[in-house]
Design a protein around this ligand. Structure first.
Ligand SMILES: Nc1nc2c(ncn2[C@@H]2O[C@H](COP(=O)(O)OP(=O)(O)O)[C@@H](O)[C@H]2O)c(=O)[nH]1
Ligand SMILES: [Mg+2]
Length: 193
């Protein structure tokens, strides 16, 4: 069965697990044990096609040895890179996550979507939507603000990433991305919702 593997990464507390559970089970959870490292599966109907997706929601990257990380990054076909609109620090870290992807994938372009989560917390906002959008444009990635609480833009995010993955010239045999090094044309235009 054809499986599309997506990893969700970003600082602790930005809502990665909540996002994943909202997507897969349509539930908002206040607390999810941050030590649980998990993968979730879901069938998604997109553009008249049924896709099986696997979302890897892993934690504490920094403490991992590189081999485990390498394995996970290797099988990932698209990344959701998350910050939280009420946490400037998580926004400032985005660049490191992107660089890490490019380092492990040995490419300078890959299916990545950037999301500013917790957009229901308007009163606590530290990063404007424009700042998020500008960062995404600079890095050639689609961008959404989302709320894993209200489900705002959760499915749209995943649909857009799946379309990015479909456009990307993965090597069909190995599922790697050998062809993509010089392929900067496939970078998407930025979307803001
Ligand atoms: N208000 C609000 N809270 C959220 C949202 N997403 C996550 N949270 C809360 O933020 C906290 C951390 O979320 P979690 O998914 O564990 O973060 P992770 O460490 O990135 O996996 C939890 O208390 C969640 O309920 C959101 O979109 N809005
Ligand atoms: Mg988590």
């Amino acid at each position: 069965m054809n499986l599309t593997t997506i990893s969700i990464i970003g600082n602790g507390g930005v809502g990665k697990s909540t996002f994943t559970i909202q997507l897969c089970y349509s539930q908002f959870i206040e607390y999810y044990d941050p030590t649980i490292e998990d993968s979730f599966r879901k069938q998604i109907e997109i553009d008249n096609e049924t896709l099986n997706i696997e979302i890897l929601d892993y934690h504490y990257y920094d403490e991992w040895n590189n081999r485990i990380k390498q394995k996970i990054y290797e099988k990932t076909q698209g990344f959701i890179v998350v910050y939280s609109i009420n946490d400037k620090y998580s926004f400032n870290e985005l660049e490191n996550y992107l660089n890490e992807i490019y380092k492990y994938k040995k490419v300078n372009d890959f299916p990545i979507i950037i999301i500013g989560n917790k957009n229901d917390l308007e009163d606590e906002r530290q990063i404007s939507k424009e700042e998020g959008n500008e960062f995404a444009i600079k890095n050639g990635c689609p961008f959404y603000e989302t709320s894993a609480k209200t489900r705002y833009n959760i499915e749209e995010t995943v649909f857009t990433l799946l379309r990015e993955i479909r456009k990307y010239p993965f090597d069909l045999d190995s599922n790697s991305n050998l062809n993509s090094k010089s392929n900067s044309n496939s970078k998407s235009n930025c979307l803001i919702f």
